[in-house]
Design a protein around this ligand. Structure first.
Ligand code: SF4
Length: 135
C-alpha cells in the first residue's frame, strides 16, 4: 500500500496531533525513528520522508494515527499516545509493504486473514453520518 501525501492531508483532522514538542518528540522517538517508512530520508536524506509525519508537522492529525491505550482517567503515555497503522518495524525487511506472519507449521489459521486493502480508519470522536445506499 502506498502512502500518498495528498490523500493523507485530505483525510487529516484540522487539529494538532501533539500538545507540544515534548509530546511529539517522545512519540516520534518510539515510532518514526524506528520506522522503515521514514528510514531512507532519515538515514540517507533520500526522498521527502514519511508523508504522515510531514502532515503531523503541519499541525494536523492524520487519520493513520489512532489513539493508543488510555487508563480509566484517559491518561496516556507520551510514547504511546497514538498507534500508527502504517508503522513498519525495523527488521521487518522487504519492500516496506505489509507481510502477514505465516501460520505455524502444520496448522491452519482460525480465521481468514482480512484483505489489507479494505482497512478503515475510524476516528474515536467521529460524528456518525448517514449515507444513502443504492440497492
Ligand atoms: S509511517 Fe507512521 S510511524 Fe512510520 S514514519 Fe510515518 S508516521 Fe512515523
Amino acid at each position: 500500500m502506498s502512502v500518498d501525501y495528498d490523500d493523507i492531508l485530505a483525510r487529516s483532522i484540522d487539529e494538532p496531533a501533539f500538545s507540544n514538542g515534548t509530546e511529539g518528540d517522545a512519540w516520534t522517538a518510539k515510532w518514526c525513528c524506528r520506522c522503515l517508512r521514514d528510514a531512507p530520508f532519515r538515514n540517507m536524506g533520500r526522498g521527502s520522508g514519511c508523508p504522515i509525519l510531514l502532515v503531523t508537522m503541519m499541525g494536523r492529525r492524520p487519520a493513520e494515527l489512532l489513539d493508543g491505550p488510555r487508563d480509566e482517567q484517559g491518561r496516556y503515555s507520551m510514547a504511546d499516545q497514538y498507534t500508527c497503522v502504517e508503522f513498519r518495524r525495523p527488521g521487518g525487511g522487504g519492500d516496506g509493504e505489509p507481510h502477514p506472519r505465516p501460520e505455524p507449521p502444520g496448522m491452519d489459521g482460525l480465521f481468514p486473514r482480512p484483505d489489507r486493502a479494505r482497512r478503515m480508519y475510524v476516528q474515536p470522536d467521529a460524528v456518525p453520518t448517514e449515507v444513502s445506499v443504492d440497492a
